[in-house]
Design a protein around this ligand. Structure first.
Ligand code: PEP
Ligand code: MG
Length: 850
């Protein structure tokens, strides 16, 4: 950030004309070495094009883009003219001259907006005799996302082009590092805004680029970062002017920037046209699109044509007024999104609500706001400027020809519409759900449109454009209605009330089917629905096989707020509480009290059902920037999990104490240690827990270990007598067994937990546990797949801990088979040559679900 220095402030000046005032402020800039004296001409030329009067007696003269080469260093100078100078009809008393070689001047411009809104401050700065007062008012750090920041990259000669050269070591950003992006969903809005927050909090500059690619993005500009289209496994080059910032950013990216790295990659969204398993015999037309959400419905069509927004470029003669109007519109949009978030969270869950949290972040995108402010200063109206800038971003994302980014373009379009409606005084859009049930046909639907749909009337929808990974499609899957996207322009010619069949699984819309087809479709639908509904209806039944062998189905959760929804999905307890999320989601190590509150809240919600708290599992792919841990060349084989806890008793002991304090009142609390590789590890960790329990007079707490290192599986016979249970972490066990990094861009696909090598280690573990009367669970991703759940049950696993939405289907899969059959299949699985053969073997068992 540039600092305004006292020698660039001239107080008590007099100027007979605007030109004279500009000359004086230009002189200040050139005398301080910021510009060539000829920059003055550029400032005059700019003034010819558009008046730089900002409002409240402040003007901001600056050069044209053509004279930008006359800037030697970015700088700002202030000329105070207490007697005022005429500025094309307005009287100016503060002339803020700007020479902007980059966007550093924006901080000062943001400060100016604050000043603008404070008449008493304007008065003081216009008359003060103390330059320090001006420096303090304009040189302080600005609030990160406030628009008002009248900032003008375009108007001030800043290039608006999104692509800039890739970060290479330069005087400007001399520190560089590389990091692989671990996020299963790539760099989407939420992690990107976390990174921006980190950069703002630490100060300094950070740019990101794909390895060896020219385009780079400023980490504080959300849309630029999203525009890079960064997917899981992309190698990023980071560059910064601060070594500390670079390290912190690299660690934070490695830690997932708040994303759950153990979650599977984007839920297997159907990506392409699929052959239908069912086709009607006689229809008048078939429209083919891309499947977005499974299901089959029959009904009549209804067109939805969102009202076109008419935006005129007006109000540009009052940039400050327009900036204030935009600020109000942004605030209104933010408040409306709060309501949507609460509603969606209640109806569809936190993951769907997160889509709208990301929309709030898009509202605050500093790159967008700065460019809009630039257009306001250049004399455009707020609505016109906002649409112009967001349209450019949307087009740029669409051009990347990436379905995920096309989805983000739709999100930005949704946000744009909200803001424009607020600016145009149109209020909230009307709900789409009046009248008889219908199949909705639309050019496209925004996530906000989808959130407004009511299941009372919506049977399903088809859109002309859109992608299967869009948030609208994700919402449709959450709503449980079939959806087809990219069905083409033919949709718009279908009259309302046309009888139709929508097959979301194959991506087809059939028009005017025969009576016989309608019956056949209804029959097919009943079968599919019955399967899903039976699973959901049966979610509260105990997890067990058809012959009654208990296989408890629990949930993996990260925070107390997740416990209620887990129970509602039929979870019989919590088989893995990943405590590291308390650390990852905070900017400090959670205190003993904070941890106790979280664990206690969780134990209370579970009301006696098992709660397995896994102690801190940091290291490997999970880094916590503020812990200051050393970088290791081979972090997966280094100080991670329990090893880190041994190194850092300052972290481990408070955690054990917090757990023990809760266990005093809640006997359902269990402790589990991650990354146990040896018997000595277990004994040492257990010893520390027992010490803490003695110290706090807490009862004995059941203890388990994660089996996620091959040595632990192979030593299970020795470990079993000293634990109460095992829980297999198939995510890490697979990685360590096959020597394939679970995040590796090439290898991750092959790292299949159903590989016979992994299954054999699980079999060994289960046998050892059984021999000592202990139980074995699985809390890695393999447990959440019906095929995985079945083979694991056959191997002797008696608890499966899975992500909350997977609970009903896993229970339903278990209920369909006798244990003896699963044992037989498991035996055969162990003898297969590879994971593909295991999956082929299991296929008939899961086919029964369809
Ligand atoms: C695992 O490794 O399977 C596991 C459950 O632990 P995490 O995914 O948290 O490393
Ligand atoms: Mg693990």
């Amino acid at each position: 950030m540039i600092q305004l220095s006292p020698n660039l402030v001239r107080l008590g000046a007099q100027a007979s004309s605007k030109q004279e005032a500009i000359r004086q402020v230009a002189e200040l800039l050139s005398q301080a070495g910021h510009t060539d004296p000829a920059y003055f001409q550029g400032m005059l030329a700019r003034e010819e094009q558009a008046n730089t009067y900002l409002g409240s007696g402040i003007a901001i003269p600056h050069g044209t883009p053509e004279t930008r080469h006359l800037i030697q260093r970015t700088g700002v100078a202030v000329l105070q003219v207490p007697g005022g100078v005429d500025w094309g009809g307005d009287t100016v008393r503060l002339v803020v001259g700007i020479a902007a070689a980059s966007d550093e001047h924006l901080d000062i411009l943001r400060q100016l907006t604050r000043v603008l809104n404070d008449p008493a401050l304007v008065e003081r700065l216009s008359t003060t005799g103390d330059p320090a007062e001006v420096v303090a008012a304009l040189g302080g750090k600005a609030a990160p996302a406030a628009l008002g920041g009248a900032a003008a990259p375009a108007a001030l000669g800043g290039a608006a082009a999104p692509a800039t050269p890739a970060p290479t070591p330069s005087d400007d950003l001399p520190y560089t590092a590389q990091v692989t992006l671990p996020n299963p969903q790539g760099m989407h809005a939420r992690p990107a805004s976390r990174l921006a927050g980190l950069v703002r909090a630490q100060g300094g500059r950070l740019r990101l680029a794909r390895e060896n690619e020219a385009q780079s993005a400023d980490a504080t500009r959300l849309m630029e970062v999203l525009g890079l289209g960064l997917k899981q496994g992309t190698v990023l080059t980071l560059s910064s002017d601060s070594e500390a910032l670079l390290q912190a950013a690299r660690d934070a990216i490695r830690a997932g920037l708040g994303d759950d790295l153990s979650a599977a990659a984007a839920p297997a969204a159907p990506q392409a046209r699929r052959e239908p398993t069912w086709v009607p015999a006689q229809v008048s037309a078939t429209l083919e699109g891309v499947p977005a959400a499974d299901g089959l419905v029959t009904g009549v069509t209804r067109q939805y044509r969102p009202q076109a927004l008419e935006v005129r470029d007006e109000g540009g003669d009052d940039p400050a007024g327009q900036a204030a109007a935009l600020d109000r519109a942004l605030a209104a949009a933010r408040a409306a999104l709060d309501v949507t978030i609460a509603d969606v969270q209640g109806r569809l869950g936190a993951d769907k609500a997160a889509i709208f949290r990301a929309h709030q972040e898009l509202l605050d995108d500093s790159g967008v706001l700065e460019d809009v402010a630039g257009l306001l200063l250049a004399g455009h109206g707020a609505a016109w400027a906002y649409r112009q800038v967001t349209d450019e971003r949307i087009a740029a994302l669409q051009k990347l020809d990436d379905p995920v980014l096309a989805g983000r373009a739709a999100d930005l379009g949704d946000v744009q519409r909200r803001v424009l409606r607020a600016l145009l005084g149109l209020g909230e859009e009307q709900p789409l759900d009046r009248g008889e049930p219908f199949i909705l046909l639309a050019p496209d639907l925004t996530p906000s449109d989808t959130a407004r749909l009511s299941l009372d009337t919506l049977l399903g929808f088809a859109t002309e454009v859109g992608g299967p990974t869009s948030h609208t499609a994700i919402m449709a899957r959450g709503l449980g209605v079939p959806a087809v996207v990219a069905a083409g322009a033919g949709l718009r010619d279908i009259p309302d009330g046309t009888p139709a069949i929508l097959d979301g699984s194959s991506g087809r819309l059939y028009l005017r089917p025969s009576e016989a087809d309608l019956h056949a479709a209804a029959e097919q639908r009943r079968r599919l629905e019955a399967g899903k509904q039976a699973a959901f209806a049966g979610r509260m039944q105990p997890g067990q096989t058809r012959d009654g062998t208990r296989v408890e189905v629990a949930a993996n959760i990260n925070r107390a707020a997740d416990a209620g929804p887990a129970l509602e999905h039929g979870a019989e307890g919590v088989g893995l509480m990943r405590t590291e999320f308390l650390y990852l989601e905070s900017d400090h190590a959670p205190t003993e009290d904070e941890q106790e509150r979280e664990y206690r809240a969780m134990a209370e919600v579970l009301a006696g059902r098992p709660l397995i708290i896994r102690t801190l599992d940091i290291g490997g792919d999970k880094a916590v920037p503020y812990l200051g841990l050393e970088q290791e060349d081979n972090s997966f084989l280094g100080i991670r999990g329990i090893r880190l806890c041994f190194e850092r008793p300052d972290l481990f002991l408070p955690q054990l104490r917090a757990i023990a304090r809760v266990a005093k009142d809640h006997p359902n609390v269990h402790v589990m240690f991650p990354m146990i590789a040896t018997l000595a590890d277990l004994r040492r960790a257990r010893g520390m827990l027992e010490d803490v329990c003695r110290e706090l007079d807490a009862p004995r707490i059941p203890v388990g270990v994660m089996i996620e290192v091959p040595s632990a599986a192979l030593m299970a016979r020795e470990l079993a007598p000293e634990v109460d249970f095992f829980s297999v972490g198939t995510n890490d066990l697979t990685g360590y067994t096959l020597a394939m990094d679970r995040l590796h861009p090439v290898l991750a696909r092959q790292a299949d937990a159903l590989h016979p090598a992994v299954l054999r280690l699980i079999a060994v573990t289960a046998e050892a546990a059984q021999a000592h009367g202990k139980w074995v669970g699985v809390c890695g991703g393999a447990a959440a797949e019906p095929a995985g759940a079945l083979v694991l049950a056959g191997l002797g696993v008696r608890e499966l801990s899975v992500s909350t939405p997977a609970v009903p289907a896993v229970k339903a899969a278990l209920r369909r088979h006798d244990l003896t059959r699963l044992q037989e299949v498991a035996r055969q699985a162990l003898a297969q040559p590879d994971a593909a053969a295991v999956r082929a073997l299991l296929e008939p068992l899961t086919e029964a679900e369809a």
